[in-house]
Write a protein that binds this ligand. Structure first.
Ligand code: NAP
Ligand code: MG
Length: 477
């Protein structure tokens, strides 16, 4: 469907370098491999910049720098550490518009989301954890003085590049650790901007190191004996590999992995609000969200009504240029991800589910997929079981609250869930019975630095955010 509206492209252009080195020991350096990779704009497939390919030697340099940095950083007074982390937070706020454009250019997400969510929430995490730096003993009511773990290897995915880095770097620094950050191959630019911010904020050399590269770079970081803790956000598949590789080595580990969240809608819910929550739950960031509400469980008596409202609503979503402020659905992050989404959608059709898709013209270049959902989904269908990580929802029904719980929990994942009902007691009862790290009641995808986030089952272990997130970066907490 076409809409007559004035495009409103964002005009701010971030200052980009043609080529980025690695940020190690407070300096920009060329990779030992002498190799560089391209990062492209997934909305038009053009090259944005060249980024260093860090190999095992570069990871080694970064880990050594982080060890040296640890000697200084962990001995700094907590109040001084706080001041420096506040500086990072303020710099992110000051550069928020530029960072938002960078995030949308590099990863394809709508500028409205990077501007209103990713960047301010990233700054909020640095502000929040800066505030804890000199209050750790109080926060944890510890018997002994809180001690940092040491050098932390932090590996992040491409769906919320700066925010996932903030979730990891901010609490690590607040507790007195130093870090080697490995951003995802397709979205390195905001992590490199964070390195520039760290440089300008005058943090001691080696406290934050950024090594760009690919999966092999991440694996070298995981394998390095000088790393005391690995914090990983990414797929369950890679999380399992990492867990096996470091088994018995005495390294600390937190894993934030995949999800297949149930969004449970009861017949007594405010249906218009619920439909907004369903839309927000699955189409936010093109569905590239680990906690996306990708399985809709709707009470049978309102199934047809909800499906009709949802069909009408997805027709109004605007797909297109991520830098256009009116865009709701931006670009799929990469060609590889687009192929994965297409494959699962084909499987949905072959297995007998019914595809409902917003009719819209897809841009001629770039990676795009329209807002979609499946009805007539059986719990055994691949679209009901596997993480699609795209704008594709699987709709199923239930008759009783017990059946809703059984179906919602019938997954190896357990990251998040949503419940929609007008009855407070039902909300609480369902929330208590869902095996998920976060349960949103009459809302979805709400985040705050003060609340913990993390999984059950194959969605991983450990928590990020809140006081819980601090414990993961201290020795004895
Ligand atoms: P991924 O393939 O697991 O990659 C995640 C990160 O790990 C990337 O930086 C990747 O590098 C790196 N990596 C790949 N292979 C590695 C290895 N053998 N050892 C160490 N590091 C390795 O995941 P993705 O496809 O980028 O991200 C999507 C997944 O992340 C989804 O499953 C999603 O649910 C999950 N996710 C979870 C959360 C959460 O908080 N639970 C949040 C966001 C995303 P390259 O990209 O450079 O190859
Ligand atoms: Mg890119």
């Amino acid at each position: 469907m076409k809409f007559a509206y004035a495009p409103a492209p964002e005009r701010v252009r971030p200052q980009l370098r043609e080529r980025y080195g690695l940020f190690i020991d407070g300096r920009w350096t060329a990779p030992k491999s002498e190799r560089y990779m391209e990062t492209i704009n997934p909305a038009d497939e053009t090259r944005i910049a060249e980024v260093a390919y860090g190999d095992a030697q570069d990871v080694d340099r970064a880990v050594r720098a982080a060890r040296k940095g640890f000697e200084r950083w962990s001995k700094l007074s907590p109040a001084d550490r706080a001041k420096l982390i506040y500086r990072i937070a303020r710099a992110i706020t000051e550069r928020s518009r530029e960072l938002a454009v960078l995030e949308s250019l590099d990863g394809g997400k709508p500028i409205r989301e990077s501007r209103d969510f990713d960047i301010p929430t990233s700054a909020a995490h640095f502000f929040y954890y800066a505030g804890w730096a000199d209050k750790l003993e109080w926060a944890l009511r510890a018997q002994r003085a809180p001690e940092p773990i040491g050098v932390c290897g932090q590996i992040v995915p491409w769906n919320f590049p700066l925010l996932m880095a903030a979730w990891k770097v901010a609490p690590a620094l607040a507790c007195g650790n130093t870090v080697v950050l490995k951003p995802a191959e397709t979205t390195p630019l905001t992590a490199l901007a964070l390195a520039q911010i760290v440089e300008e904020a005058d943090l001691p050399a080696g406290v934050v190191n950024v090594v760009t590269g690919d999966g092999a770079t991440g694996a070298a970081l995981v394998d390095h004996d000088g790393v005391d803790k690995i914090a990983f956000t990414g797929s369950t598949e890679v999380g399992k590999i990492i867990q096996r590789r470091i088994a018995g080595k005495g390294k600390r580990l937190t894993l934030e992995l995949g999800g297949k969240a149930a969004n449970v809608v009861f017949a007594d819910a405010a249906l218009d609000q619920a439909v907004e929550g369903i839309v927000q739950g699955i189409y936010f960031n093109q569905g590239h969200v680990c906690c996306a509400g990708s399985r809709l469980l709707v009470e049978e008596s309102v199934h047809d009504d909800v499906v009709e409202r949802l069909t009408n609503r997805i027709r109004t979503l605007r797909l297109g240029d991520p830098l256009d402020k009116n865009t709701d659905i931006g670009a799929i992050n990469s060609r590889v991800q687009l192929e994965k989404i297409r494959e699962l959608v084909r499987a949905g059709i072959e297995q007998g589910a019914t595809l409902v898709q917003a009719e819209c013209e897809l841009p001629a270049r770039g990676f795009f997929f329209p807002a979609s959902f499946f009805t007539n989904v059986h719990p055994s269908h691949r679209v009901a079981r596997e993480e699609i990580f795209g704008p594709v929802l699987a709709v199923m029904t239930f008759r009783t609250p017990d059946e809703a719980i059984d179906k919602a929990n019938n997954t190896p994942y357990g990251l998040s869930a949503g419940v929609w009902t007008a009855q407070g007691s039902k909300n609480m009862w369902v929330a208590q019975h869902l095996r998920a790290g976060v349960v949103w009641c009459n809302t979805f995808n709400k985040f705050d630095p003060s609340s913990p986030f993390g999984g059950y089952k194959e969605s991983g272990f450990g928590r990020e955010g809140g006081v819980h997130g601090l414990r993961e970066y201290l020795k004895h907490a």
